[in-house]
Design a protein around this ligand. Structure first.
Ligand code: F6P
Length: 542
């Protein structure tokens, strides 16, 4: 197959079903009309004519409070958005998700992350949960040792994408948590020699458990890193694994591949194929989290997420926080034409949230085809980015305030502990949100100093940063993304674009090894670059 036809494969797949796209719904047309009203972009005027706007658009759910009032909405827009959600049969889709029905049609399976975090759930999921809790407990209680007969002192997580971002985020977010046994966790994600050096300089490999985290156990980065680490560890003197002495565990849905890697049966932590990678931190992929924060805290994390799921499944759309946040993002992306979305935690503990959300949203709803394979007549995922809010104030906020592109922002703050520094962070966060909205028209005659204002933002406040509130926050965003997918009518749980890139890398690798680069089905630019960078003078792979 020619390269361009391979690249265009997905473009040429014939739609199997012709379904009515959401853009044909009556509510969609209403929203298009509403979006042409410039008055909706005048936040100060909206506030001036609406005495209880701030309180009416502020929502509380558990430990979370969300002020949506500084957004380009009014009651009419909200009503039309909620009608759109209803006409897309959102309620039915949420029920299907919660009942474990097929919601991932291209892979013909359910998405069971919601079942995974329920206290009382399916027997197979409870068994899997008991198993990874027991493995953690065995290491913590020193019933199990490393293959060197040493107690465990630290964990290295070998994984990438969802098998890295979720654990990294949660462990960092809960650094302040007091637990009886906290094990430092290090992450080997990309295939970088410098990263290997860094990680190995921080651990005692004889007292370390390496957790190979990969749903598929087919991800080349993870396999390469695993191979390198296994070679290194197995070559160390005194490496003598037995039933109670193991230095490797594998959190995976691919049992066979874990056995082929030589992982002891007892040390394989299974989870279902129906857990999407980016939704997987609640499953055995959370093993490093469990080792870091302990079983009680991990259970509280699950309970926090479960409580948000219950809210998502039962609250009317007009008070349903994940639904409202999804509707807002759809409003901005599909009707107001705003291409980006920034998430800015004002708390160093949440510094990895933007990267996690970026994968969650962009891999889930960054699609150009609907759930039936038909091309979409509208854009989906915004470009998600972010950073610690205070650091970004001194980096990219200038463009938020005065650039010609409007970027909707989620500010995230944590109320407790109420220390001076925490207050300083919150003051800065609220100052930025107010300034984005109010601008500085009247400041002086200097046109350069003028900020247009009327820039939208949401303020999300957590009472504290506990396992429970963190579980709520993450489930809020997961359910928001699921809602986006229902309304945009895309499959939230596959990622064919990423798979295509992975296949290309494999082909290049194979042709390089076989010395057949000339036969590689690719473009001239790529071939020239490959020859330039990866071949020696004689045309052999370096
Ligand atoms: O980036 C593509 C992807 O498939 C993600 O969806 C997933 O989180 C990541 O690769 C890692 O996959 P695995 O857990 O199978 O190694």
């Amino acid at each position: 197959m020619a390269f361009f036809s391979l690249l265009g494969l997905m473009e040429h797949i014939q739609p199997s079903v012709t379904a009515e796209p959401p853009s044909r719904h009556q509510a969609w047309t209403r929203l298009q009309k509403l979006a042409s009203d410039p008055g909706l972009r005048q936040l100060q005027t909206l506030f001036a004519h609406d005495a209880d706007r701030a309180s009416r658009y502020t929502f509380r759910q558990g430990t979370l409070m969300a002020d949506l009032s500084k957004n380009w909405i009014n009651d009419q827009v909200l009503k039309a958005l909620i009608d759109l959600a209803a006409s897309c049969r959102l309620e039915e889709k949420i029920r299907q998700l919660h009942q474990g029905e097929v919601v991932n049609p291209t892979e013909n399976r359910p998405a069971t992350h919601v079942l995974q975090r329920r206290r009382h759930t399916r027997a197979d999921i409870e068994d899997q949960r008991r198993h990874f809790y027991a493995v953690a407990e065995n290491y913590q209680q020193q019933h199990w040792l490393t293959a060197f007969g040493e107690p465990v002192e630290s964990i290295v997580n070998i994984g990438i994408g969802g098998s890295f971002l979720g654990p990294q985020l949660v462990i960092e977010a809960l650094t302040d948590l007091q637990t009886s046994s906290r094990y430092p966790v290090h992450f080997l994600s990309s295939v970088d020699d410098s990263l290997h050096k860094q990680v190995f300089s921080q651990i005692n490999p004889r007292r370390c458990v390496f957790c190979i985290s990969s749903k598929s156990l087919g991800t080349s980065e993870t396999l390469r890193n695993t191979e390198a680490v296994m070679q290194r560890i197995r070559a160390l003197p005194g490496y003598q694994p037995d039933a109670r002495r193991q230095s490797f565990v594998a959190a995976t849905a691919n049992h066979e591949a874990a056995c082929a890697l030589g992982i002891a049966e007892t040390h394989i932590l299974p989870f279902a194929n129906s857990i999407g990678g980016r939704f997987s931190l609640w499953s055995a992929i959370g093993f490093p989290i469990l080792m870091s924060i302990g079983a009680d805290a991990f259970s509280r994390l699950l309970r926090g997420a479960e409580s948000l799921d219950e809210h998502f499944a039962s609250a009317p759309f007009a008070n349903n926080l994940p639904v409202l946040m999804a509707l807002l993002s759809i409003w901005y992306r599909s009707f107001m034409g705003l291409p980006a979305y920034a998430v800015l935690p004002y708390d160093a503990r949440l510094k990895h949230l933007p990267a996690w959300l970026q994968q969650l949203m962009m891999e889930s709803v960054g699609k150009g085809r609907d759930i039936h394979g038909n091309p979409l007549p509208y854009s989906t995922s915004p470009w998600v980015f972010g950073e610690h809010g205070q650091l970004s104030q001194h980096a990219f906020f200038q463009a938020f305030h005065q650039g010609n592109d409007v970027i909707p922002v989620d500010f995230i703050g944590v109320r407790q502990p109420a220390t001076g520094n925490q207050r300083f962070l919150l003051i800065n966060m609220l100052a930025q949100s107010a300034t984005l909205m109010n601008g500085s028209q009247t400041q002086d005659n200097n046109p350069h100093a003028r900020c247009p204002g009327n820039r939208p933002s949401t303020v999300l406040l957590l009472d504290d940063l506990s396992p429970h509130s963190l579980g709520q926050l993450l489930a809020l965003y997961e359910n928001m993304v699921f809602t986006q997918s229902v309304i945009w009518n895309v499959n939230c749980f596959d990622q064919p674009g990423v798979e295509l890139g992975k296949r290309m890398a494999r082909q290049i690798d194979q042709h390089l090894s076989a010395g057949t680069l000339k036969e590689l089905d690719t473009d001239d630019s790529t071939r020239a670059l490959l020859q330039n960078i990866l071949l020696d003078h004689n045309g052999h792979a370096e």
